[in-house]
Design a protein around this ligand. Structure first.
Ligand code: ASP
Length: 307
């Protein structure tokens, strides 16, 4: 009888231990001035905290990492403070071209879209590419045709206009939003969405819609979402390289991420958010700041812009 009770308690404890979740989000990395007025940094912190809470609530209730990633990114896309969806930066031609991608670490399924100009929430279309097509990446007008087939909401390009981004148009500005999550079933997912780089040339594609560069998830290692100078992140296949260093080099999440961010990339290229299969969180960046936040089932929570 006592033995049985002990076994039961052990099973309950093991089960509780498995019920771990973790989430990290970002709202872009770059030269974020420390002179920023408190009233503005408070707005960013508040935006991050609202998005973080949305994801945390989903995971806490047993929702999937894919659900959390999408809900967080939709919220950040709808917040004009961030360079994704509403608030996307201007291209050199004075329009907005959006990119997004999502990946399921349990199946390696992934979907991405690039150069869309009328899709309100690009992350939702990336999800449809992953789940409703046999392809991985749709571009431009083809992606928009696919949005209509999938009944994903489209808006006029002017919907993405904001006064702040207009004023920043001719200054170099990075942004992007992303989310990585581990759910209580042990599944990892990652997603990223962006308006790209301010003033980008026609047809320019960054790392955000490139699986393995800006986004990657593998249940055996980690989930990653990147932000920064997309060309560099593509050149070094940043997200997949971090996963590979863990997988084939037996390094921890922290070691693998820091190797790529501080040894392979150069100062001011940007950063990543990451979570591994154990629920560890790491958010290294080599720029002045990175809007970021994270939480886990052990009660840890953080919202930060600078160190
Ligand atoms: N990585 C994005 C791009 O190159 C921009 C950013 O993260 O700020 O399009």
């Amino acid at each position: 009888m006592i033995k049985l009770a002990a076994i039961l308690i052990l099973l309950i404890c093991l089960n509780a231990q498995n019920k771990k979740y973790a989430i990290a989000i970002h709202g872009g990395a770059g030269t974020i001035s420390k002179e920023m007025p408190d009233s503005i940094s408070a707005k960013y912190n508040q935006g991050l905290k609202i998005a973080l809470d949305i994801g945390t609530d989903i995971l806490k209730k047993g929702g999937t990492s894919l659900e959390a990633v999408q809900a967080v990114i939709v919220n950040l896309e709808n917040n004009p403070l961030f360079n994704a969806g509403k608030g996307a930066v201007y291209t050199a031609d004075g329009t907005h071209e959006l990119d997004a991608s999502i990946m399921d670490g349990s199946t390696y399924a992934c979907g991405a879209i690039t150069g869309v100009t009328t899709v309100k929430n690009p992350i939702l279309l990336a999800y449809k590419v992953m789940t409703q097509s046999k392809h991985v990446l749709f571009a431009g007008s083809g992606a928009e045709k696919f949005a209509d087939e999938m009944s994903v909401e489209r808006v006029k390009n002017s919907y993405f206009d904001t006064k702040t981004r207009f004023e920043q148009w001719n200054k170099s500005k990075k942004g992007t939003v992303g989310c990585v999550a581990l759910d209580m079933s042990g599944n990892l997912a990652a997603g990223t969405s962006t308006g790209g780089m301010t003033n980008k040339k026609f047809g320019r594609v960054g790392d955000t819609p490139i699986i393995g560069a800006g986004t990657y998830a593998d249940n055996l290692t980690c989930a990653i979402s990147a932000t920064g100078s997309g060309e560099e992140f593509i050149r070094f296949g940043v997200a997949k390289t971090i996963s590979d260093i863990m997988k084939y080099g037996n390094k921890s999440l922290k070691e693998a991420g820091e190797t790529v961010i501080f040894k392979i990339l150069k100062a001011d290229d940007g950063g990543i958010i990451s979570v591994d299969k154990e629920g560890n969180i790491s958010m290294p960046f080599n720029s002045l700041g990175m809007y970021r936040a994270a939480a886990n089932s052990q009660g840890f929570e953080t919202v930060k812009i600078w160190e």
